[in-house]
Ligand binder design. Structure first.
Ligand code: BGC
Length: 429
């Protein structure tokens, strides 16, 4: 097999992603007070864990409170052109990023035209460089005033969000130029972190509230879908982004393990995709994790544990299981929608696993394509090292390494491996 090249479909989109809160810097949203208020606690908790030297040596490290405060992050707000030059140089032909609602509507009903204009320029900068923009309209952070009314627990947030979306898509040069829209980033992960795990703001652990939030997010997706199609061009596509973990039974012969895997897949995939129904032109697949499920009391799910400690893992301890993307693509194929892989990535500070991580995932994605799954894109997460929302700055996901002191960007060797794939639209095996 050596020397063979796996060709991807013509017109395939290759790129990387970022999100406003994670890279832009100096954002005032409903996380702004939460971050400093929780930073000392998080640093203290980090001291109880054991950390390899290669992570502690990187600045800022997880034992320092400042690791958990976004501050100026990568200053991408001011350096987006430089960053898009890098993406272009790396052979990308598309880029996924998010719009920060809190910049556009910092106070209820008071829209800041200059900030809308800023994003119009961001979109133009991408298009000038031949990078197709994939625009996410909300990646978890809310304006402060939305936080104060209970954010997505409050039904009114749906209408406020739609008013913001309308203002944005109608702005000259935006609605006419953007072809790919993703109204909301990952229903599953937002609810998991913020309303079930109590990890991210508003730090709740309440299944009823989680249900209400899901209902409101789905309603927002449906309304945004209708609005964007009404206000923009005919060939526009509005997708829904799904955080899809691959679950597998720890022991496939144990019916309880198998049953629990089915239940998790139903709750986290089928149910949400079905609730959104026809208000998604494509599935935006965001895939990071693999969980081997063992039924029994305790663990993350109360009655089932995740048992994959002994496998090869990322710096964050997430098991590396490239085959998972294949099974997930095959699983999602039943919804008869095109699938855009809109996030897949690894925290790997030493850049020793990233190139293979990308290649192995693409190998398995290609196998799914060969078997008939309509896969249209691959976006590596992330273009730059950035603030990993629950963990701070220490996880290094970037194709490009960040020095947060000097703001220097340095292309990692794995980015050049990925570049070869993007430029040839194929993977050499
Ligand atoms: C989120 C990103 C995050 C990544 C890695 C995704 O679920 O969309 O914001 O950085 O996972 O954890």
């Amino acid at each position: 097999m050596k020397g063979k090249a796996l060709k991807f479909p013509e017109g395939f989109y290759w790129g990387a992603g970022t999100s406003s809160h994670q890279v832009e810097g100096n954002i005032e949203n409903d996380w702004t007070d939460w971050e400093p208020n929780n930073a000392e606690r998080k640093a203290k908790e980090a001291k109880k864990k054991s950390w390899p030297d290669f992570i502690l040596k990187k600045y800022p490290d997880p034992l320092q409170a400042e690791n958990y405060i976004s501050g100026r992050t990568c200053d991408h707000y001011n350096r987006y052109k430089e960053d898009f030059d890098i993406a272009k140089e790396l052979g990308h032909n598309a880029h996924k990023f998010s719009i920060e609602w809190s910049r556009i509507e910092p106070e209820e009903g008071k829209f800041n035209e200059k900030e809308i204009e800023h994003y119009a320029k961001v979109i133009k900068a991408l298009m000038d460089r031949g990078l197709e923009p994939f625009v996410v309209l909300w990646h978890w952070g809310n304006p402060k005033w939305i936080g104060e009314i209970g954010a997505w627990e409050n039904k009114k947030t749906v209408d406020y969000y739609i008013r913001y979306v309308e203002r944005f898509v109608k702005y000259s040069g935006i609605g006419d130029n953007v072809k790919f829209w993703m109204p909301l980033n990952e229903f599953q992960a937002y609810i998991g972190y913020s309303y079930l795990g109590g990890i991210l703001p508003p730090q709740k652990k309440n299944i009823w509230k989680a249900g209400r939030v899901l209902k409101n997010l789905v309603s927002a997706q449906k309304k945004a879908y209708a609005l964007i199609h009404k206000e923009t061009g005919k060939d526009v596509l509005v997708g829904a982004s799904h955080h899809a973990t691959h679950h597998a039974p720890y022991n496939p012969k144990n019916p309880l393990n198998v049953l629990f895997v089915k239940l998790l897949d139903y709750i986290k995939k089928d149910r949400i995709i079905n609730m959104i129904g026809s208000s998604q032109d494509f599935i935006g697949l965001q895939v990071y994790r693999h969980e081997r499920i063992r039924f029994g009391f305790g663990g993350r799910y109360g009655i089932a544990k995740i048992e994959n400690e002994k496998m090869e893992s990322t710096d964050m301890g997430w098991e590396i299981y490239p085959e998972g993307i294949y099974h997930t693509l095959i699983y999602l194929n039943k919804f008869n929608l095109p699938i855009y892989i809109t996030e897949n990535g690894i925290a790997d500070a030493r850049d020793i696993k990233r190139a293979n991580f990308i290649k192995d995932h693409l190998f398995w994605a290609h196998k799914a394509i060969e078997e008939g799954v309509d896969v249209k894109s691959y976006f590596y997460w992330s273009l730059l090292d950035n603030l990993e929302l629950a963990e701070g700055f220490w996880p290094r996901f970037g194709l490009v390494e960040m020095d947060y002191e000097t703001m220097e960007r340095k292309i990692r060797p794995s980015a050049l491996e990925y570049k070869k794939i993007c430029e040839t639209n194929s993977l050499k095996i």
